[in-house]
Design a protein. Structure first.
Length: 330
C-alpha cells in the first residue's frame, strides 16, 4: 500500500513538473527583431538581453536576425518575417511611412546619431570640407547630406560614391568619407592613418539612431509583447554597457568576422560619448524619444523636402507610450 502511494505520488509529481514545463514553454512568446547590419557592438543590448535571459524574464523567446547591405529589413517585416526592425534613424522610418509602409517608431537606443564624416588631420571642422571631395553612400541623399548642404554650403558636385571600403580615403589625403563613429575610425587608425572624426550630432543634427520600429498592426495586436520587448531591450543595453561579455559571445557567433579588438573599441566609444545613456536618457531612461526631438526630426524632413507633410503626420510616425513606461535608468 505504501509503495503504491509512493508510486502515485511520484507519478503526480512528474505530471505536475511536466505541466509546469509546458506552461513555462508556452509562456515564452516568439518574437523576431531584425537589425540593420551585420552583428556588432552597436547591436549589443539586443544580444545581451538574449544571452542573459532578460527577454525570457519578460516571457519572450526572441530571435535576433542580422540585416546587411542587400537586405531590405522593412520589406521583410512587412512580409511578416519580423515583428520589429532596427531603423538606422527615426528619419529613415518616417520616410518609410510616407512611402506607404505603416511603420511606427517606439524607441531609440542611441540618443545621438553615430553618423560622422572622417577627414585627414588637416581638416578640423566641417567648414574645412567645403569644395573637397566627400565619399558618401547613396542613402545619404535622403538623410544627412541635405542637412550638410543647407548648413555648410556643400554641393552635390563634390560627392563621390562611398563603397564601404576605406582604401580610397587611405590612398588620397584630399578626400573625406562618411563613417560610423564606432566602426570606420577604428579601421582607419588600424591602417596607420591619422584622421579627425566630425560628428553630425555635435552640430545639431536631430536624428535618433538604432530604433525599435514596428508595423502598426503588430503594436495593436501584440501590445503586451511589444511593450515587454521594449523594456527588456533597454535592460539589455544597461547590462551590456556594464559587462558586454555575454552579448559579445552571441555577436561573434552571428558575425565571426567581428574581432574582440573592434568590439572593445566600439563599446568604449559608446560609453565615452554616452551614445545610449546621455541626453534625455539621463532623466527619462534608456531609449527615450521626446516630443521635442521627434518634432525636430520631422521638421527637418519637411524643410528639406524629403517628405510631404500631407502624406505623413508626426504623431502617426511615433508611439512613445511603451518607452515612457519602461523607465530603465542608466
Amino acid at each position: 500500500m505504501k509503495k503504491s502511494i509512493a508510486r502515485l505520488t511520484t507519478i503526480v509529481s512528474v505530471l505536475l513538473l511536466s505541466l509546469g514545463a509546458a506552461s513555462t514553454a508556452h509562456a515564452q512568446e516568439k518574437f523576431t527583431y531584425m537589425t540593420n547590419w551585420y552583428a556588432q557592438a552597436e547591436h549589443g543590448g539586443f544580444y545581451q538581453a538574449v544571452a542573459t535571459g532578460i527577454y525570457k524574464k519578460y516571457g519572450l523567446d526572441v530571435t535576433i536576425k542580422m540585416g546587411g547591405p542587400q537586405v531590405n529589413i522593412v520589406q521583410m517585416m512587412a512580409a511578416g518575417q519580423a515583428e520589429c526592425v532596427m531603423g538606422s534613424s527615426d528619419l529613415q522610418m518616417i520616410q518609410m511611412r510616407e512611402g506607404g509602409v505603416p511603420v511606427v517608431t517606439l524607441a531609440a537606443v542611441f540618443q545621438k546619431d553615430p553618423q560622422v564624416l572622417i577627414a585627414h588631420e588637416d581638416v578640423t571642422k566641417f567648414e574645412d570640407l567645403k569644395g573637397k571631395t566627400i565619399l558618401i553612400a547613396s542613402s545619404a541623399q535622403r538623410g544627412y547630406w541635405p542637412w550638410l548642404k543647407a548648413k555648410y554650403g556643400f554641393t552635390d558636385s563634390q560627392t563621390r560614391p562611398y563603397t564601404f571600403n576605406i582604401q580610397p580615403f587611405v590612398a588620397d589625403k584630399t578626400v573625406a568619407q562618411q563613417g560610423y563613429l564606432t566602426s570606420e575610425p577604428f579601421a582607419i587608425a588600424k591602417a596607420g592613418v591619422k584622421a579627425n572624426t566630425l560628428m553630425f550630432s555635435d552640430q545639431g543634427y536631430p536624428a535618433y539612431a538604432t530604433t525599435i520600429s514596428c508595423m502598426e498592426k503588430t503594436v495593436k495586436d501584440r501590445g503586451t509583447a511589444v511593450g515587454n520587448f521594449v523594456k527588456a531591450t533597454m535592460e539589455g543595453w544597461k547590462s551590456y554597457l556594464a559587462d558586454p561579455a555575454p552579448g559579445n559571445v552571441l555577436i561573434k557567433k552571428d558575425n565571426p568576422n567581428m574581432s574582440d579588438e573592434q568590439l572593445a573599441y566600439s563599446v568604449a566609444k559608446l560609453k565615452e560619448l554616452q551614445m545610449v545613456t546621455g541626453g534625455d536618457a539621463t532623466k527619462a531612461g534608456i531609449g527615450i524619444i521626446t516630443p521635442e526631438r521627434a518634432k525636430a526630426s520631422y521638421d527637418f524632413l519637411v524643410e528639406t523636402k524629403l517628405i510631404d507633410p500631407a502624406k505623413v503626420k508626426m504623431e502617426e510616425a511615433y508611439n512613445t507610450a511603451f518607452i515612457k513606461d519602461a523607465k530603465v535608468m542608466p
